[in-house]
Write a protein that binds this ligand. Structure first.
Ligand code: COA
Length: 172
C-alpha cells in the first residue's frame, strides 16, 4: 500500500497515530481518541494488520465503522487502512507519536515490547500511553464479539451502528 507523500505542515501542528486492529471499534477506543485530541492537533487512526489475529470484519468494514463513529465535521481525525510497518506510516504522516491505550497491567508486557521494537526501527517516533477511562477497562474487541456471538447485549459498549453490524454478522 502506498501513502500520500508527507508534506511538512506549515503550522507547528502536533500529529499522532493511533493504531489498532479495531475489530470492531469500541467505546474504550473512542475514549482514547478523545483523550489524544486533548494532546495532539491531528490524529490518524490507523487500521493496521496484526499478523496474529483473524479479524471478523474485513479492513474496509473496520475503517467504515470507525468513520461513522467520529462526529461529523471533526476535521482533526483521519481514518486510514495501513499495511506494512506502522512506524513507516507514522513517519510519512509527520507524526511524532504513536498512541496506545492501557487498560490493566496485563497489557503492559506486550505494549512494552511493541514500543521498544518500534523505537528500534524508527527513533523519531515516540510511543505515548494513555490510560483508558475506568468504565472501559474490562472491555476488549474479543470479549464484545464473544458476547454478541451468543446473543448478549453489547449496547453502550460499542456505537449503535457497530451493534447492528455485529448482529448482522452473527445472524448469517
Ligand atoms: N478499550 C477497549 N479495548 C481496548 C483498548 C481500549 N482503550 N485498548 C486496547 N483494547 C483492546 C483491543 O480491543 C484489542 O482487543 P482484542 O485483542 O480482543 O482484539 C486489544 O486490546 C489490543 O488490540 P489493538 O489495540 O487493536 O491493537 P493490536 O494489538 O491488535 O494492534 C498493531 C497491534 C496493529 C498496532 C500492531 O500489530 C502493528 O503495529 N502492526 C503493524 C505492523 C507493525 O508495524 N508491527 C510492529 C513491528 S514489530
Amino acid at each position: 500500500m502506498s501513502y500520500e507523500p508527507f508534506v511538512a505542515p506549515e503550522t507547528d501542528e502536533t500529529i499522532a497515530v493511533y493504531p489498532g486492529t479495531f475489530d470492531p471499534i469500541t467505546m474504550g477506543h473512542l475514549d482514547i481518541v478523545n483523550r489524544a485530541l486533548h494532546l495532539f492537533d491531528r490524529l490518524y487512526i490507523a487500521v493496521a494488520v496484526n499478523a496474529s489475529k483473524m479479524p471478523l470484519f474485513d479492513l474496509e468494514e473496520r475503517v467504515e465503522m470507525i468513520r461513522k463513529a467520529i462526529p461529523a465535521g471533526e476535521e482533526r481525525i483521519r481514518v486510514e487502512a495501513v499495511s506494512g510497518l506502522l512506524v513507516d506510516y507514522a513517519y510519512t504522516k509527520g507524526a511524532k507519536a504513536i498512541i496506545r491505550g492501557l487498560r490493566a497491567v496485563s497489557d503492559f508486557d506486550y505494549e512494552f515490547q511493541l514500543a521498544l521494537m518500534n523505537r528500534r526501527i524508527e527513533r523519531e517516533v515516540e510511543t505515548v500511553f494513555l490510560m483508558t477511562g475506568f468504565r472501559w477497562i474490562y472491555i476488549s474487541s474479543s470479549i464484545i464479539k464473544e458476547a454478541a456471538r451468543h446473543g448478549g447485549d453489547v449496547s453502550g459498549l460499542v456505537p449503535d451502528h457497530v451493534c447492528e453490524k455485529l448482529r448482522e454478522k452473527f445472524m448469517k
